[in-house]
Ligand binder design. Structure first.
Ligand code: CTP
Ligand code: MG
Length: 206
């Protein structure tokens, strides 16, 4: 049961203000942490997409960078985990949890989720329009796990943009399962998130 991985580390980092993948948390670049956690969790081979040593060039949209990673992967692998370089705090426990669920073999994809804690409202600019019922709402993280053939087919089925990879499976009518995510597994989006990540790292490691 070969499981491979893709770390997406390209993109413009517009909200961050540049070169996000190379930013350091605890002295280690984000992309390197993302690769390490996959390997430690049991992924056999990891392709990094982005401007890093040994990396393959990324694409315009996140889904294009994932497609570039898929092209670079061995074709005989059965499973793939896709992880954002921008999430440096995922732990090997999470990777193992995703792999165990994936290897049951009854679903096309597995995503880590955390319950939404805040009240969610829809606003137009400065005005609240509605309060969205929170029941059943979850926030979705990476790594996300896939039957490799299902992800390839879902990528090929449509060119519509996608904010994560599992939505491609959903659109193609596939089954996506959840496993508990990790509250500390934040995505570095803005510069201040780096300080938050460094503080959380102290908690996780300590
Ligand atoms: N990513 C990628 N290729 C892209 C866009 C994003 O590989 N064309 C990767 C980023 O490196 C990141 C992850 O996808 O690890 C999540 O994307 P995001 O946090 O949105 O990063 P950016 O798109 O670079 O940032 P922004 O949207 O602020 O420009
Ligand atoms: Mg982006």
């Amino acid at each position: 049961m070969t499981t491979v991985g893709i770390v997406v580390a390209a993109g413009r980092g517009e909200r961050f203000g540049g070169e996000k993948h190379a930013a350091l948390v605890g002295g280690v670049p984000l992309w390197r942490r993302a690769r390490e956690v996959l390997m430690t969790g049991g992924v056999e081979r990891v392709i990094v997409v982005g401007d890093v040593p040994g990396g393959v060039p990324g694409g315009d949209r996140r889904r294009d960078s994932v497609a570039a990673g898929l092209t670079a992967l061995p074709t005989d692998a059965e499973w793939v985990l896709v992880h954002d370089a921008a999430r440096p705090l995922a732990t090997p426990h999470l990777v193992v949890r995703i792999l165990q669920r994936l290897h049951v073999g009854d679903v096309d994809a597995v995503v880590p989720v955390v319950a939404v804690r805040d009240t969610i409202k829809r606003a137009e600019g400065p005005i609240v329009r509605e309060t969205v019922p929170r029941e059943g709402l979850v926030a979705v993280q990476t790594p996300q796990g896939f039957r490799l053939s299902a992800l390839r087919e879902a990528q090929a089925a449509s060119d519509e943009d996608a904010s994560d990879d599992a939505v491609l499976i959903e659109r193609a009518g596939g089954r996506v399962a959840t496993v508990p995510g990790e509250p500390a597994n934040l995505k570095v989006t803005y510069p201040a998130d780096l300080d938050l990540a460094a503080a959380l790292l102290g908690v996780i490691d300590g």
